[in-house]
Design a protein around this ligand. Sequence first.
Ligand code: HMG
Ligand code: MG
Length: 314
Amino acid sequence: MVAPARWPSRVTIVEVGPRDGLQNEATPIPTELKVQFVEALAAAGLPIVETTSFVHPKVVPQLADAAEVLRSLQRRPGTRYPVLVPNQKGLERALAAGAEEIAVFTAASEAFNRANIAMGIEESLGVIAEVLRAARTAGLRRRGYISTCFGCPYQGAVPVETVVEVSRRLLELGAEEVSLGDTIGVANPRQVQEVVGRVLEVVPRERLALHFHDTRGVALANVLAALELGITTFDASAGGLGGCPYAPGAAGNLATEDLVTMLDGMGIRSGVSLGAVVAAVQPVLRALGRPSASKAHQAYLATQARQRAASGAG
Ligand code: HMG
Ligand code: MG
């Protein structure tokens, strides 16, 4: 008999809906609803909820209320609430609003980085070095994202060597975790194993996360490929919200509901309640005026409706 794959027993889901999700929505969401969204996601069992972003408010007006969101939050003990920070100015704003954890970001593609943050990779690593140093001194936890690790909307293919080198540099500069982004959702499972396999030469497994966008419906397959290599941290977004305003064609992140459903079915613990995530994102979807992009979310609602009809009929 062929030996089955050895799956991890536990996975950490990093919820990015309130940041990666809402940064790309044209419809303005009231600050109070954002706060409720973050609180409900934490109550659903998500251990880490990326709450907002201290990028330039003119560049991402959707999250211009970052300080107010972070300050208004009723924090659950044990839950972490990181925020995205592009530079020293963003760090100062985040610290003033009470941030305890930050995420910096760069890319594996020169062209994408210039479109996103008006800096080349090397220049952005210089800015990041300063931010990480100051964040460490202030006692903050620190994550580093690398965008376009599997393909770029401007330059196309991205050399795996660049992904490896930027990963190595981020750790060297003081990032505690590296998250590899498939910003425009072009990765496939074979490529995921190739890239992750190479990055694992410089980043310890427990410090590596994967951040898939589900533009082409391959995100769960990519998670499976990474699970096979022992990766246990995945970013996801409730309702499948998300995208990057500077990544043309990028759709939402892998939906938290889809990830939780697959992990539950495989007997891999995440500590996250599917029903509670569905309930958490419903008010946001109502405000946006559209259904969830998540199949598991739709299936959950359909099952609930059938059960209600059956109990009403009985
Ligand atoms: P810039 O205009 O080059 O900034 O923007 P600058 O340093 O030249 O400063 C210009 C002015 O902006 C100055 O003000 C600064 O103080 C101010 P002035 O002196 O002229 O009055 N400024 C700021 N104000 C508030 N907050 C700040 C800030 N920084 C400067 N943080 C910058 C450069 C990086 C700031 C800008 O391009 C930016 O904010 N870009 C962010 C774009 C973004 O948010 N993209 C989406 C997030 S990344 C993502 O989604 C990918 C990810 O999910 C992973 C994946 O999927 O791959 C993480
Ligand atoms: Mg993203």
